[in-house]
Write a protein that binds this ligand. Structure first.
Ligand code: GRF
Length: 192
C-alpha cells in the first residue's frame, strides 16, 4: 500500500515526533513525513527532523504582519510536498482559515487532557492544580476553535495521590506516544 504523506507541525522537544518516526520505522504507521513545520527556529524537534533529513519549514511569526501570511506560505510548502494530512504535535497556535480550508477534516491534534476538560495551554498543570483524580489524552480533528474538534480517541490516566506534576506528565506522554500513531493509522485507513 502507498504511504500516506503527512506533515508534522511541532515546536517543542518532539517526543511525539519521535514516536511517529519510530512507528513509521517499525511499519505500524504506513506514513511518510514529508515536511516538518515549526514556528520556533530553536525547537529541539527541528534539529531532530534535520538529522532525519526531513524537509523543514521553520518560520518566525513575528516576521509576518498576520497569521494569514505565514499560513499562506505553509499551504504552499504543503502543496509542494503533496502532504495529505497535517499532524499537530505540540504546535501551540490556533489554525486559521487560510490553512483550515484546504485541509478541512485532515488536521489532527493531540491534547494532554480528557477534552472538553482543560483545553488550551498547560493542560497537565491545569488538571493537576484542579486536583482531578482522572485526566488523560485526547486526539481530535482540528476545527477553528481551541481544542474543540471532533474527538477520535481518548485514554484516561489515573492521578495517584502521591504523584508529582512531572510524574503525571511522564505518564500522560507515554500514553500519547502509543495512542497517536495508532489513531493516525486508523483514520488514514478509513479515509483512503
Ligand atoms: C504534547 O504533550 C501534546 O499533547 C501537546 O504538546 C506536547 C508536545 O510534546 N499538544 P512533545 O514536543 O511531542 O514532547
Amino acid at each position: 500500500m502507498n504511504k500516506t504523506k503527512i506533515a508534522v507541525f511541532a515546536s517543542g522537544t518532539g517526543s511525539n515526533y519521535d514516536a511517529l518516526v519510530a512507528a513509521i520505522q517499525s511499519g505500524a504507521l504506513s506514513c511518510e513525513i514529508v515536511l516538518l513545520v515549526s514556528d520556533k527556529p530553536t525547537a529541539k524537534v527541528v534539529d531532530k527532523a534535520k538529522q532525519n533529513s526531513i524537509p523543514c519549514f521553520v518560520f518566525d511569526p513575528k516576521q509576518y504582519d498576520q497569521k494569514a501570511d505565514f499560513e499562506a506560505e505553509i499551504v504552499e510548502q504543503l502543496s509542494q510536498m503533496e502532504a495529505e494530512w497535517i499532524v499537530l504535535a505540540g504546535y501551540m497556535r490556533l489554525i486559521g482559515s487560510t490553512l483550515l480550508q484546504p485541509y478541512e477534516g485532515k488536521i489532527l491534534n493531540i491534547h494532554p487532557s480528557l477534552l472538553p476538560a482543560f483545553p488550551g495551554l498547560d493542560a497537565i498543570g491545569q488538571a493537576f492544580k484542579a486536583g482531578v483524580k482522572i485526566t488523560g489524552v485526547t486526539i481530535h480533528i482540528v476545527d477553528e476553535g481551541m481544542d474543540t474538534g471532533k474527538i477520535l480517541a481518548q485514554e484516561a490516566v489515573t492521578v495517584n495521590p502521591e504523584m508529582t506534576e512531572s510524574e503525571l506528565q511522564t505518564k500522560i506522554q507515554s500514553i500519547e506516544h502509543k495512542l497517536y500513531p495508532q489513531t493516525i493509522q486508523q483514520i488514514i485507513k478509513q479515509k483512503k
